[in-house]
Design a protein around this ligand. Sequence first.
Ligand code: MCA
Ligand code: AMP
Length: 497
Amino acid sequence: MSPLFPALTEALADPDGTAAHRSALRFGDRSLTYGELATAAAPLAARIGEAGRIAVWATPTLETAVAVVAALLAGVPAVPLNPKSGGSELGHIVADSAPTLVLASAGDQLPPALSALERVDVDVDVRATRAAAAAAEVLDPGFSPEAPALVVYTSGTTGPPKGAVIPHRAVATTLDALADAWQWTGDDVLVHGLPLFHVHGLILGILGPLRRGGSVRHLGRFDVTGVTRELSAGATMLFGVPTMYHRIAETLPDDPALAKALARARLLVSGSAALPVHDHERIAEATGRRVIERYGMTETLMNTSVRADGEPRAGTVGVPLPGVELRLTEEDGTTALAAYDGETVGEIQVRGPNLFTEYLNRPDATAAAFTEDGWFRTGDMAVRDPDGYVRIVGRKATDLIKSGGYKIGAGEIENALLEHPGVREAAVTGEPDPDLGERIVAWIVPADAENPPLLAELADHVAVRLAPHKRPRVVHCLGALPRNDMGKIMKRALTHD
Ligand code: MCA
Ligand code: AMP
């Protein structure tokens, strides 16, 4: 296929040219030009070229970016791992995706779940000229656009996370559709502090700027000071989840420098969950700038966006991106709604070159996710305004929780809680939270009513098995869980007032 990163190919071909000297990646005080990125990634690509699939210990560092670029150049599928994943989550992902080796930074301590994998440390300490020759071998590996680029794990309502297989074709087309919608060019400098083991932070936030030949400044971790600093020093775009924009909105009244920095940005983009209209309005009032939203999913990459040249309408996720077919369907899941009346609710279904290929090792789940004629069922419920703008109003499954922009399945947390000796029964729900969007609430029947487990203990229990962002923030102890005649837990009856 044609190169995913033309600027990198140019830098490889001419290490002394202007393209090679352009800034590509910056994490804190460490950075790489395109020439240096090529020099670091190309020999690594050659080294891993024969691997079937590789895991990447996806810390928010230069090494992760170089590792993923190397895998893409080599045509070897990469599985980004959350470095905060707990033992059972990591064990599942490694067993399911069966990588042959793991790429990490030299200082990283890898957990026992990865001990059987060969380890390759990523070297980013390069000078731009060293390995241009080695690079030539991987310039045209000749793999198909349908070849898997990444396997990204995403939670479902029940059971452990599923690996969404994302082909090169989907990465290229989604990034080009966003370039069209956002007038995104090589002159843009993106700032973000998102994690690098999900689509938002990795594909949009790292691969996006690299495909355009632009640059990215990663904050290591999100904080408003870093956003102010980078937007005041030439960054043009900000990507974040609603929790980040909420924290920005909270800070703005006391922080004129932040307001000034945001006002200078070319584009402020929010995604991964709905940004409340109140936060939209507070930011617009303090900065004169409107945040725009885009809507995507691990399986579909990006589906819709408010366009840079369109009307920024708070509470909507804009219009379908070029190449993406989008329809709303009636309850039967196959009849398309005809009405664009801003009122009739249907499930969003999408079709297009932005879609994943399959869930790894899960033909049953893959088949269930598509209609017979190839539409992907997102599970998101929406209405469309008469001019085509999409407003998401909810989702089909109540057992999926979006907290801090992370999708979390109630079932996996319930299973983890049931492994705690102090828990006899467990049900998990999400409840509104001004900062996280939703917070995870655990409803348990303790094994010993006199001596129930404490919140901190259950939070740690979930954090070390699954991941810290999946930990419950609230625990309610009950004498019994409400069940229907069939014995099924009635989650709607779980209220604490
Ligand atoms: C607290 N911590 C703990 C525990 N309690 N660690 C272990 N055990 C415990 N019991 C730690 C946490 O790990 C974290 O550490 C720190 O305490 C604070 O945690 P928390 O309050 O949970 O989070 P936060 O730091 O306030 O995070 C808010 C956040 C984060 C920064 C907004 O939620 C975030 O990065 N969200 C991004 C989600 C995302 O990228 N989603 C994209 C997927 P430490 O501070 O060291 O970390 S969706 C997607 O890709 C689709 C395609 C789309 O549309 O975008
Ligand atoms: P994930 O499976 O983690 O990739 O998350 C995808 C889900 O995030 C979608 O199915 C939506 O429910 C939600 N989502 C992403 N972007 C938005 C947005 N701008 N507004 C509302 N929900 C969103």
